[in-house]
Design a protein around this ligand. Structure first.
Ligand code: RIB
Ligand code: CA
Length: 317
């Protein structure tokens, strides 16, 4: 068994997802990870776009061999909320898109996830969900034993010390499907959560995007163009000095956990439909008496993170 992380990314591309997936392809090229597959979920844009975008991104990385699966078209128990105002109607504003060559696999993503985990060595596969958690929840509900194949789940989602980006209390991924997030938190898997608390400190500043533009490969400029478009919404809405790289932070945390700081805490997601819908309740001081179920990332070495991100993008065609 290889000692590098065996990774499946569950994703709703989405501009920051695209940056994360390209980062993963670069890390795969550098033999830092073995990227096994992409499973797609409805989120930033409807599933018909997220699955198409995932295949376009594989084409950009010249990796049409990578299996891509389509999964849930909507959350478990509520209507789908999308974020075209951030990512554009197609989900990949900022660059020219083409009809993807990379094929879509026939199997539903949730079935793929469950069967892959059931067949895997115990504790061998790292799941990196960077969209709503519907596919993982479905897999765990249909085949609870598949959790044994999970080494860890590194989730981009949630917020505690930082205000929400979709409601005052919730991040987009947990708000779109709070029930799915709660099911994953209850799964018993090893979980690390990369919330807005951290991702709002990992910003694609002009200086950092210039370093991407200065790379000699086509994907350096492409990622900079995507992040240029992506960053305009969050800089205006939250007064940030660049687009927060939510999803690339989750990939980095899965591969180089030492770039982040964590606290082991009990986390629950509000699955009611009230003012705190989708909010992540983080028992920071152990007041609940409940056993911790996740490591909560609360700090990042943002310069080291961007150096690593840039190294990964530099490894692409
Ligand atoms: O809250 C940020 C998350 O929601 C990111 O994964 C972004 O892509 C959106 O899915
Ligand atoms: Ca995402």
């Amino acid at each position: 068994m290889s000692n590098i992380p065996q990774i499946i990314i569950d994703t709703d591309p989405g501009q920051d997802d695209a940056a994360a997936i390209l980062m993963a392809f670069g890390l795969d090229k550098l033999n830092k990870i073995n990227l096994l597959a992409l499973s797609c979920v409805a989120g930033n844009v409807p599933l018909k776009y997220t699955q198409k975008n995932a295949r376009i991104i594989c084409d950009w990385a010249k990796r049409s061999d990578l299996p891509v699966y389509a999964g849930a078209v909507k959350p478990l128990a509520k209507a789908l909320l999308t974020a075209e105002e951030v990512h554009g109607k197609t989900g990949l504003d900022g660059v020219v898109l083409h009809e993807p060559q990379t094929p879509l696999q026939n199997e539903h993503a949730a079935i793929f996830l469950a069967q892959t985990l059931l067949a895997a060595e115990k504790n061998s596969i790292t799941l990196v969900p960077i969209g709503p958690l519907t596919n993982l929840a479905l897999a765990f509900l249909l085949y609870p034993d598949c959790v044994a194949g999970v080494k860890e789940i590194v989730i981009m989602g949630g917020t505690f010390f930082e205000a929400g980006n979709v409601t005052p209390n919730a991040d987009f991924n947990f708000f779109v499907d709070p029930l799915a997030a709660q099911i994953v938190l209850n799964s018993g898997a090893n979980i690390r959560i990369v919330p807005l608390d951290v991702t709002h400190k990992a910003l694609a500043t002009e200086e950092r995007m210039q370093k991407l533009r200065d790379l000699p490969n086509e994907n350096g400029k492409r990622v900079a163009d995507i992040l240029q478009s992506y960053g305009r919404f969050d800089t205006q809405q939250f007064g940030l000095n660049g687009g927060p790289l939510h999803d690339p932070c989750a990939v980095a945390a899965a591969v180089r956990p030492e770039l982040f700081s964590y606290k082991e805490v009990f986390v629950a997601v509000d699955t009611s439909f009230g003012v705190c819908e989708g909010a992540s309740s983080v028992d920071w001081h152990g007041k609940s008496g409940k056993t911790p179920n996740a490591y909560w990332c609360y700090a990042v070495d943002d310069n080291a993170f961007f150096d690593y991100f840039t190294q990964a993008i530099a490894a692409l065609p």
